[in-house]
Design a protein around this ligand. Structure first.
Ligand code: IMP
Length: 426
């Protein structure tokens, strides 16, 4: 099979986990390469529903190996909790799950600092998930982070923790007037967590490098979405990692020539959690209706997702920065009852038509969407098994999305179950 990277092409929550779950059938390895427990990946298998934050969703498939790459910021207690959650349901991660020794570790103080900073920011808050993601990446880039491999070394861990906690505690106490966090307590807890993780820790670069040489199939599972990317998103209302396809390489140690397909997952409409601009947001009753039908509540925080029309400007940008070879369109069925659908084809600024998503937040905030209205199909699509089974207006809607973005549709999802999927050339 071609090696594939699957990324969100909007603001996250596009339904990537289901697409990854579906395409895992073709793969030998499923690899997470960025983000951390801020992600919320929901997979439904039979009557069971699983929500993973850190575990690659490929773990649900017996015989497939899963990797958490060096680009991830890993919360050890959260990961062990998820491993235990699947274990009681009969899925053993031992021998199938591998953690990069170079992945960064999320500390309790990272979570605390994330929450304190957000609280202090008031109306300027980013709306983070509070999982310590930003502070953990900050320490990584600042070259003082703790890596997974460090959790196995007594002296080294203590020394590194001492250094990093003294900086964190200084900020917690001086800036936020909080209580300092005990070095001894964190050392004992994290050293213990390291021992529990020991059987899973590996040199994942060598593991994946060998897999590539042997012609094994790799599936890279992105988290969040392109417009939350720290470089390409609506900065500063973004997450702290690169969420784009290129991050699959830096976040796993696999070179770009080993990846043949880049699949962008898009909802048939748009959602966003957290603050920041969202040009096609629908306010009022229609927005609430979309949220209700699509069950648009965050898998990690339970927050209401903001809902809006499909924005081709956003997805065109995602097609560029990810080099998308295919789109996977999800939740088409959520639009089944709408009489008419708007699609944003371009923006307007000071009387000019703008085709490209701007890097400047100030400019984006002033842009107005230019809509094209398409007729709805007002029929149930959840039982369609082939593209030809879909109502004509649904097919026209999909053709138009693909045309506006200039990327073919490779997969279509019409509900949360595995069988509610139409494969189209992938
Ligand atoms: P952080 O990643 O927790 O720092 O949050 C930064 C921004 O990314 C906030 O707007 C979050 O709501 C958003 N975010 C983080 N993870 C996800 C996700 O998995 N889906 C959707 N939005 C996310």
């Amino acid at each position: 099979m071609p090696n594939r990277v699957i990324v969100g092409a909007q603001w996250g929550d596009e339904g990537k986990a289901k697409v990854v779950d579906y395409l895992t059938e073709d793969a030998d390895y499923v690899i997470r390469f960025q983000g951390g427990a801020n992600a919320g990946h929901t997979v439904e298998v039979g009557d069971q529903k699983f929500v993973f934050h850190l575990l690659p969703s490929g773990l649900m498939h017996p015989g497939k190996a899963c990797v958490i790459g060096n680009g991830v910021v890993l919360d050890p207690a959260q990961l062990l909790h998820e491993i235990e959650e699947v274990r009681v349901k009969g899925i053993d991660a031992r021998g199938r799950l591998w953690l990069s020794e170079a992945a960064q570790v999320v500390l309790p103080t990272h979570k605390l600092l994330d929450q304190l900073k957000e609280r202090a920011a008031g109306k300027d808050a980013i709306g983070t998930t509070g999982r310590g993601i930003g502070p953990a990446y900050y320490d990584k880039v600042n070259r003082c982070g703790i890596r997974v491999g460090d959790l196995l070394e007594d002296d080294e861990l203590r020394e590194k923790l001492e250094r990093i906690l003294s900086v964190h505690n200084e900020i917690i106490v001086r800036q936020y007037k909080g209580e300092p966090v005990s070095l001894d307590a964190v050392f004992v807890e994290y050293r213990g967590l390291g021992e529990q993780l020991r059987p899973y820790i590996a040199d994942c670069v060598a593991l994946l490098g060998t897999a590539v040489k042997q012609g094994k199939g790799l599936l890279f599972e992105g988290a969040q979405g392109t417009i939350l990317d720290v470089d390409h998103g609506t900065y500063p209302f973004v997450t702290s990692s690169n969420t784009v396809a290129g991050a699959a390489c830096t976040g796993s140690g696999v070179g770009p020539t080993a990846i043949q397909q880049s699949i962008g997952v898009v909802k048939a409409y748009t959602t966003r959690v957290g603050n920041g601009p969202f040009p096609t947001e629908i306010s009022g009753v229609l927005g609430s209706e979309l949220r209700r039908i699509g069950n648009e509540y965050g898998a990690t925080t339970g927050r209401e997702r903001r809902c809006g029309w499909f924005d081709a400007v956003v997805v065109r940008r995602a097609a560029m920065v990810n080099g998308l070879t295919h789109l996977a369109v999800t939740k088409l069925d959520v639009l089944d009852t709408f009489k008419e659908l708007e699609v944003c084809v371009a923006y307007e600024l000071d009387g000019k038509r703008i085709e490209h998503f701007p890097a400047s937040l100030a400019r984006l905030e002033r842009m107005k969407p230019i809509y094209e209205t398409l007729p709805g199909w007002q029929q149930d699509t959840t039982e369609a098994r082939r593209f030809e089974d879909l109502p004509e207006n649904a097919r026209k809607y999909l053709h138009r999305l693909s045309e506006l973005v200039d990327v073919p549709i490779g997969l279509l999802s019409l509900g949360p179950k595995r069988h509610q999927t139409i494969r189209m050339g992938l």
